[in-house]
Design a protein around this ligand. Sequence first.
Ligand code: NOJ
Length: 478
Amino acid sequence: MYATGGLLSLIKPFAVDKGNGGYELTEECTMGFKKDFVWGAATSAYQVEGAYNEDGRGLSVWDVFTHEDGRVFGNHTGDIACDHYHKFREDVKLMGEIGIKAYRFSISWSRIIPNGTGTVNEAGIKFYSDLIDELLKNGIEPYITLFHWDYPYELYKRGGWMNPDSIKWFADYAELIVERFSDRVTHFITFNEPQCFIGAGFKNGEHAPGLKCPERDVFLMCHNVLKAHGAAVKAMRKAAKQPIKIGYAPTGTMPVPAEEKDIEAARRALFECPDIDAWVWGVSWWSDPVILGKYPEEGLKKYAEYLPEITDADMKLIHQPIDFYCQNIYQGVFVKADENGGSVRLPYKTGITKTAIQWNVVPECLRWGPRFLYERYSLPVYITENGMSAHDTVSLDGRVHDPNRIDYTHRHLIELEKAAKEGADIAGYFHWSLMDNFEWACGYSERFGLIYVDYDTQERIVKDSGYWYRDWIKNHVR
Ligand code: NOJ
């Protein structure tokens, strides 16, 4: 098998030079998923925990947003969600049944620091500490996401990400987490999908806090978030009780080459800076500063009139060494080269399979996305989210049969394995989601889980896909 494109330079250690410009991959590389590959599932605090006003938890922007009429489908809220706060032991047991090796969850900032800064809520700390202990007892490795969108409301009232102090607020919060949990936890992820909490929260207003801000404010918030990431990484390294590993988890639709000759066009498309209307969804604008230490030139030119002051000191702060790169990947788009050296996104083919939430199914996104990302950033890649919503039903036999989710996951994992075989360093895969949960603006109308949740009774049922994933993991753990 031959490697193609820029990946070649990175896989040389795994490849034998054939002397004809090609490299044959060694067995280590062609075996696919590596030995210590991490098979997991993910959730986030606001989407599953509930207990929104218990044991001293402060409010987040999502609590306030969901309590306003008409913001969320059916006026659903995360007040109770999956009641994971009370049922986490049962949930860990189910994780054991599915056989996942790692659980990615997020911490609710206002549960452990109700005002966002200052007094620590020990009851909140205890919840996460107990959860970590329970996971470890069951042989499941905790992966902690520090921020998955539920910004403390008290800090929002002080200007949130617009306030230059927001950088230190986040760094202090990160330090506390690492101080309290790094005796038992090794993997920490700073931000989940910054594109989304800034883009949907402050640009199109579909998510909390529901604002449509002027473009220059949104760029400033982006810059402050990136600085907060850097400041947090520094604080976390200092506070760590043992060597820790830090990652960062943006999102994006992955361009897929329509044909072999379009590989370069797809690669270019992934890292290009979209026009101003869509700038916030770009990948390189959010990831280059963190990993390469600079904003992409194309964006600096395109967005010049909206940008805040960007200093060398800012870039130095943002560019802290991290240990792994995460990407949430749900969708792809086919791309081909045009005659002028550009890239064209092709329309989806008529009748393409869609998920319940109407996302197009393009499994090749899990081959090309991770490959391109590994080439550019040279860090081990984790797929921190991938999965689909479906119209799941409890059948007359009491089981939840979800063949579409099995098919989706299977196809995506086949593609991911190709990326690994082709030399990209793929470190892990977290299915989204462990269980059905509060799907933001869609409320409970979209089900993404491997476990079905009856929101009236809080009964859980492992879906067929959960058992399928169990078998997949069994067959792939070496
Ligand atoms: C991205 C988000 O991180 C997660 O919270 C959300 O539920 C899933 N994707 C599905 O939309």
